[in-house]
Write a protein that binds this ligand. Structure first.
Ligand SMILES: Nc1ncnc2c1ncn2[C@@H]1O[C@H](COP(=O)(O)OP(=O)(O)O)[C@@H](O)[C@H]1O
Ligand SMILES: [Mg+2]
Length: 261
């Protein structure tokens, strides 16, 4: 069964249709990279998957459960958006850490808030917080940040901040981890350290959707590459096919513009 099944997602802003029917699916442990020029709708698609935007059409299912169906009655669609969001983790271009919290606090914050809804929260608070804290430390260690847990974001490099953001996204154990150009705000050296941890996650069978303009990385890490242009999927398939031997003229032009840069 597909972990993620996206069917015919459409989204307009005003009169302009930005997503014109995007479909793809993803099995557990697979990595899909989405490539395409600026303005092609990649961020809008990720925002739709994470319920930060409501699609105008189409459906989104996770592990066979329909989380969104534009054809369903409005009341049903609105039901418990927060729970639905928990299926997805999102790592933004610009990290978006909370500046007033340490690295560790950034990673534990959402879990602590959610814990309040658990039964017997008051009696079990100490145990619950200890568990959340332990898991956060483990994730930060996995991100190579054992010695940075008590630092505030402004005391960290961009690459370190982005690795904290990845730990934070993983802390709620999402079914699918999404990245929106996770390295585009970083210089080449810091880019490599972030790509290394994403590579590690792929090796550990983390199911991921990665919007990236790092072509060599996309080719290396992905099970599937999707080339988007002007709100449609122009071409999709294995990295060898889409990046190595594209069949569509638009894909070739896009890749050529990269090779010349
Ligand atoms: N909230 C919004 N309101 C109006 N237009 C938007 C909004 N968000 C994105 N757009 C437009 O949608 C198009 C696709 O944007 P985006 O999804 O950010 O593309 P990409 O991430 O591929 O660069 C752009 O033309 C952008 O200006
Ligand atoms: Mg974008």
């Amino acid at each position: 069964m597909a972990v993620l099944d996206v069917k015919d997602i459409r989204k307009s802003f005003g009169q302009t249709e930005i997503l014109k029917g995007i479909s793809f699916s993803l099995e557990k442990g697979q990595v899909v990279s989405i490539i395409g020029s600026s303005g092609s709708g990649k961020t809008t698609l990720l925002r739709c998957l994470n319920f930060l935007e409501t699609p105008d059409g189409g459906s989104i299912a996770v592990n066979g459960q329909t989380l969104f169906d534009a054809a369903a009655p409005a009341a049903q669609r609105e039901a418990d958006i927060r729970r639905k969001r928990l299926h997805f983790g999102l790592v933004f271009q610009s990290f978006n850490l909370f500046p007033q919290y340490t690295a560790l606090e950034n990673v534990t914050l959402a879990g602590r808030l959610l814990a309040k809804e658990e039964p017997d929260y008051k009696d079990r608070k100490k145990d619950i917080f200890a568990r959340i804290d332990g898991e956060a430390r483990q994730l930060l260690a996995q991100m190579g940040l054992s010695d940075r847990m008590d630092n505030y974001p402004h005391q960290l490099s961009g690459g370190q901040q982005q690795r904290v953001a990845i730990a934070r996204a993983l802390a709620l154990r999402p079914d699918i981890l999404c990245f929106d150009e996770p390295t585009s705000a970083l210089d080449p050296e810091l880019t490599q350290e972030v790509l290394r941890v994403i590579r590690q996650l792929a090796d550990r069978q983390t199911t991921m959707v990665i919007v990236t303009h790092e072509m060599a990385f996309a080719r290396d890490v992905s099970t599937q590459v999707i080339f988007m242009d002007d709100g449609v999927v122009v071409e999709s398939g294995s990295p060898e096919q889409v990046i190595g031997a594209p069949t569509q003229e638009r894909t070739r032009r896009f890749l050529d513009s990269y090779n010349q840069a």
